[in-house]
Design a protein around this ligand. Sequence first.
Ligand code: CP
Length: 310
Amino acid sequence: MQTLRRKDILGLEEMSAEEITLILDTARSMREILQRKIKKVPTLRGRSVLNLFYEPSTRTKASFELAQKYMSADSVSVAGSSSSLVKGETLKDTVRNVEVMGVECVIMRHPVSGSSHYLARSIEASVINAGDGMHEHPTQGLLDMFTIWEKKGHLEELKVAIVGDIRHSRVARSNIWGLTKMGAEVVVAGPPTLMPLDMEGLGVKAYHRVEEAVEGADVVMALRLQKERQESGLFPSLREYADLYGLTPQRIAGAREDALIMHPGPMNRGVEISSELADGSRSVILKQVTGGVAVRMALLYLLLGGAKEE
Ligand code: CP
């Protein structure tokens, strides 16, 4: 078994196709554990993990916590809103204090882009970025690739259309970096006001009409409107956004018949995606969530040296 030769998982921009392949292969082994009646292995016994969330989360937090429990790690979760941050403590001091209690890996979600890189430079423990501002959400990108890979058998030469608020989406950035490295063609679509300023640097084709972007697509991925990161006036109203950019069976009629329908969650039904698509036979939205546990188990295993110990 190979190991990752890195201390931290901060983004897919800096990760190689070989590393991504190793993580996806390891996640496949972890998924076998998830199919057992008793989902418990001793792999990370005696290892300590901190989950530090400065923004709300359901899927990422729960799946990391479950991954830690299934692998017998000792873990503690701290929410930013109930931590000593509110008394004025800095992020660095918070984590240094927890590090001297024996924590070997910190999983952090934070509203500031680059915060995970800062933390990784400040402490000896491994850092896994669980979403930093508008920058990256690498574990989401990995679980999205894992879901596509499981369903399609490969990633190279697939056409993936990502639709919605590309500009504020860390999920879009991680998927663009990861999927293009793995040989997929990625196109994006959304209102001009929700397109990134560094669009050319991302190296993907952008459309303003969803119908054009999804033509022949193997995968259609809707993104959540990141209202918490948007200034006002970027689009007239939710109704108008839904009318022009919301995914419906009619709007994606040009995609392949067997196209996978994805959404990272949480979904705004009737805005980014219709219930008919979200709950339809082509939807893999809940499979993404299951894959998230397997991918996060794989990352903990690879980073915390389960492989080395064996
Ligand atoms: N996809 C995702 O990050 O979901 P949560 O915000 O619920 O963790």
